[in-house]
Design a protein around this ligand. Structure first.
Ligand code: HEC
Length: 153
């Protein structure tokens, strides 16, 4: 217990100056957790769980684009996650490039990633988020669902 507390204290006091915004990650996640729930399990049939596919999405270039573009533009239409259908709408979330990178990295930390290729994924950074956003300034209606269908056939 003592060593855990020490590790936490070191993380807060030593980690903070190294990564300027690091302490904001849980606050950013709290915005998503309003719907997706703090544990990322969502509310069955209403808000989809994010734990399920995060690692798989983050392991491919298209999946990483999907993870950036859904919060950026929102999502409208039917998806199926863990055998349940969600026919709903997620509003776009205002996030700076560096905030979204920080948030996605936080999610990768707090959600379990089972497969080796999921554990090996590179962290997001501001430049990657900016490049993805610049490449898809205004996705056509249905484009993100089509992208998802390619990722999880
Ligand atoms: C107001 C509620 C709400 C908030 C806040 C919210 N979401 Fe969502 N999110 C949803 C809903 C509803 C869907 C499913 C939309 C659909 O059915 O098309 C969704 C879908 C998603 C998906 C797609 C999941 C999949 O399996 O394809 C991702 C990724 C996602 N949200 C990430 C986030 C992140 C990151 C945040 C915080 C920045 C966030 N969401 C905030 C409601 C929300």
């Amino acid at each position: 217990m003592r060593s855990l507390l020490l590790a936490l204290a070191l993380h807060v006091f030593v980690g903070a100056p190294l990564a300027a915004h690091a302490s904001n990650a849980p606050a950013l996640w709290a915005r998503c957790a309003v719907c997706h729930q703090p544990d990322g399990n969502g509310i069955p049939g209403i808000f989809p769980p994010l734990r399920e596919h995060l690692g798989a999405f983050a392991a491919s270039a298209k999946g990483r684009a999907y993870l950036v573009l859904v919060p950026t533009h929102g999502l409208l239409g039917a998806i199926e996650v863990a055998g349940l259908r969600y026919q709903s709408a997620m509003p776009a979330q205002p996030l700076e490039d560096d905030e979204l990178a920080l948030l996605l990295n936080h999610m990768l930390e707090i959600f379990p990633r089972a497969l080796p290729q999921e554990r090996a994924v590179a962290p997001f950074d501001r430049a990657e988020v900016a490049a993805i956003r610049a490449a898809h300034p205004k996705p056509a209606p249905g484009a993100l669902l089509a992208l998802r269908a390619e990722l999880l056939p």
